[in-house]
Design a protein around this ligand. Structure first.
Ligand SMILES: Nc1ncnc2c1ncn2[C@@H]1O[C@H](COP(=O)(O)OP(=O)(O)OP(=O)(O)O)[C@@H](O)[C@H]1O
Length: 274
């Protein structure tokens, strides 16, 4: 188990970062987290908590949205990476799978996958072998390889986006909201694949998820983000048993299921956040 793996080598370290959009909107208010090599780390939180912003800060994608890291540092393998461009980060082995899949709709599934290999210089043979590897994890993509990506289902597009990331031979994948808009069974299938890629290929994952339930079943460690601050973190198994996580994120309390709007819970939640 990689819970114990928290003592392993740290690949990514985010230290107390602050992010501001449009020079005025303070969205991240001192976020710190660390991602151990070979682990699956989950960044959890509701709508607008700042998960996507955290991932974009790491992969240097904030500039196009007029966002800026104004405090703190981001280190990958101990090296400061916040001044690198996104493609330099890909060369270092870090790749982001954006929320909403973002396939090239007019390209076939296979051509989408091949675009993931564009920074590689290790030859056609190695790339072809990795394409086979991706098809082993996603047999569905092999069946659909000649289809135009825009006409494939949401689940297939999510698979294509993850497969394309794998084609760059990454060390770390930043995966934003893989469950978004997918039926529960498909979500489970995608997380199973993430788990096998992690275990068999040794790829490290930092995944942002609103679906706390599924994320805490597959991740080794979790951070909970609320209004731009980490309010709790711990091994996934411990978070799953934590009464506040159960009540506020898993929709259950010791006394049974409860609504988010429950007044008592809400007061407790406010105390918890203060
Ligand atoms: N380009 C932007 N300009 C201004 N504010 C932004 C921008 N992008 C995000 N925000 C704000 O930053 C906050 C955090 O957004 P973010 O997308 O990081 O949250 P999230 O946790 O990923 O939520 P979701 O799951 O809904 O995407 C929100 O209040 C959002 O409105």
């Amino acid at each position: 188990m990689l819970d114990a793996g928290r003592t392993q080598e740290t690949l990514l370290e985010v230290n107390n970062i602050e992010v501001i959009y449009n020079h005025v909107i303070l969205v991240l208010k001192g976020v710190s987290l660390s991602v151990p090599k070979g682990g699956v780390t989950a960044l959890l939180g509701g709508n607008g908590a700042g998960k996507t912003t955290t991932l974009k800060a790491i992969s240097n994608l904030l500039h196009s949205e007029r966002g800026e890291v104004t405090k703190g540092s981001i280190l990958y393998r101990g090296e400061r990476v916040q001044d690198l461009g996104p493609s330099d980060l890909v060369k270092k082995g870090v790749i982001q799978v954006m929320e909403g899949r973002h396939c090239f709709e007019h390209l076939t599934v296979e051509d989408n996958l091949l675009t993931g290999a564009y920074t590689r210089t290790d030859g056609k043979g190695a790339i072809a072998a990795d394409l086979d590897m991706v098809y082993t994890y996603f047999p569905r993509l092999k069946e659909r390889r000649k289809s135009q990506a825009g006409y494939t289902s949401g689940g297939e597009q999510q698979m294509t986006a993850i497969g394309r990331a794998l084609m760059s031979r990454p060390e770390t994948i930043l995966l934003d909201e893989p469950s978004m808009g997918l039926a529960p069974q498909l979500v489970e299938q995608i997380f199973e694949i993430v788990k096998s890629v992690n275990e068999n290929e040794g790829v490290t994952f930092l995944l942002a998820e609103q679906n706390t339930n599924v994320a805490l079943r597959y991740a080794h460690y979790g951070y909970i983000l609320e209004s731009g601050r980490i309010v709790m973190d711990g091994p996934a198994a411990a978070l799953r048993e934590n009464p506040d996580v159960k009540e506020f994120y898993l929709g259950m309390a010791d006394e049974g299921r409860k609504s988010f709007r429950d007044v008592r819970s809400y007061r407790r939640r406010k105390r918890w956040l203060s």
